[in-house]
Design a protein around this ligand. Structure first.
Ligand code: SF4
Length: 197
């Protein structure tokens, strides 16, 4: 077994949030090989992911993968050259009375951060794609989405490329100016792909 496969086994066995009384639905989910030049960090798995036992299977993920392909990635890059993960690894459940997912709380994110850090250590990414506001806020604090999306940020030898969330629950992309920023962001992804793959 490789180091990343061993780590995935450890992550899948984690029940830290469930034991802490948080309303999450295990098992934790993972997807990817290490090392990889690119790593994508989203918010948390969705219900389709839980049912399919792998991250990034739902409608928002299909849209995201469409964006990545538009930016020059091949399907085969996803999960190989691009390691796919999230701030938390368990489905956080739905908001009460709603069909949208609950965002993982700060404590749940803190619980899961050591796993993300361990993934990062093995993946050794050159470029990190920050998918959605919660992920952007985690690594580029206090950065408005309008300033983040369309730009790249160099920190500690890593290039960060922010992307908006593709979920139908997000209204950010209803604005034509924001859709233009998404196009810019996909250009930034394309440039990084050409540079590193
Ligand atoms: S969200 Fe992360 S820390 Fe919490 S139980 Fe799942 S894997 Fe463990």
């Amino acid at each position: 077994m490789t180091e990343i496969e061993l780590l995935h086994e450890e992550i899948r066995a984690c029940r830290r949030c469930e034991e802490g009384g948080y309303p999450i639905s295990p098992p934790p989910l993972v997807w990817g090989q290490a090392p990889a030049r690119f790593m994508l960090i989203g918010q948390a798995p969705g219900l389709s992911d839980l049912r399919g036992e792998r991250m990034y299977l739902g409608p928002a993920a299909r849209k995201l993968i469409g964006w990545l392909i538009e930016a020059g990635f091949a399907e085969e890059d996803i999960g190989t050259n691009l390691y796919m993960t999230a701030l938390t690894k368990c489905f956080p459940g739905r908001l009460p009375g709603k069909s949208t997912d609950r965002a993982p709380s700060p404590k749940e994110r803190a619980n899961c951060r050591p796993w993300l850090d361990a993934q990062w250590t093995l993946v050794q990414p050159h470029v990190v794609l920050l998918f959605g506001k919660l992920s952007i806020d985690t690594f580029l604090p206090k950065m408005p989405l309008e300033m983040a999306v369309g730009n790249t940020f160099e920190l500690g030898g890593i290039t960060y490329v922010p992307l908006p969330h593709s979920s139908g629950a997000s209204t950010w992309l209803n604005d034509s100016g924001h859709r233009a920023l998404l196009k810019e962001a996909l250009e930034r992804v394309r440039e990084q792909r050409l540079k590193h793959l």
